[in-house]
Design a protein around this ligand. Structure first.
Ligand SMILES: N[C@@H](CCC(=O)N[C@@H](CS)C(=O)NCC(=O)O)C(=O)O
Length: 115
C-alpha cells in the first residue's frame, strides 16, 4: 500500500517535471489597454487548447499597436505561439500543433475538421 502511494506521488512529480521541461511555450495574445483584458476569440481557442492538454505557457499581452512585435512570425495577426525554436501562427495550426504534433497525440478528444 505504501509502495503504491509512493509510486503515485513519484508519477505525479515526474509528470510535473516532464511538463515543465517540455512546455517551453510562449503565447502572444491580443489584449486591451488593460493587459488583463484578453478579448480575441482566436487567442482564446489557443488558451483552451493549452488547458485541454494541461500545458502552461507564458502569456504575453500585446495591444493592437504592439502587434509588430510578432513580426518574427512572418505575419501580423495574433495568436502566435512559440514552442522552443518553433514559431506557429494561426489558432488552428497552433491547436493542431498542441493536440497532434507536440504533446502526445490525441488526449481526450481532438477536432478532425475546422468548423
Ligand atoms: N486565422 C487567424 C485569425 C487571427 C486574427 O484574425 N487575429 C486578430 C485578433 S482576433 C488579430 O490579430 N487582429 C489584428 C489586426 O487585425 O491588426 C487565427 O485563427 O489565428
Amino acid at each position: 500500500m505504501l509502495f503504491a502511494i509512493l509510486l503515485g506521488q513519484w508519477r505525479r512529480d515526474w509528470c510535473t517535471i516532464n511538463l515543465m521541461i517540455t512546455s517551453n511555450l510562449t503565447l502572444y495574445e491580443l489584449a486591451g489597454a488593460d493587459p488583463a483584458v484578453r478579448f480575441s476569440p482566436h487567442c482564446w481557442t489557443v488558451v483552451m487548447a493549452l488547458a485541454h492538454k494541461g500545458l502552461e505557457a507564458a502569456r504575453v499581452p500585446l495591444r493592437f499597436s504592439d502587434i509588430h512585435k510578432v513580426a518574427f512570425s512572418g505575419q501580423a495577426l495574433l495568436p502566435v505561439l512559440t514552442h522552443g525554436t518553433e514559431i506557429i501562427g494561426d489558432s488552428w495550426r497552433i491547436a493542431l500543433h498542441l493536440l497532434l504534433d507536440a504533446f502526445g497525440g490525441f488526449a481526450r478528444s481532438a477536432p478532425t475538421a475546422r468548423s
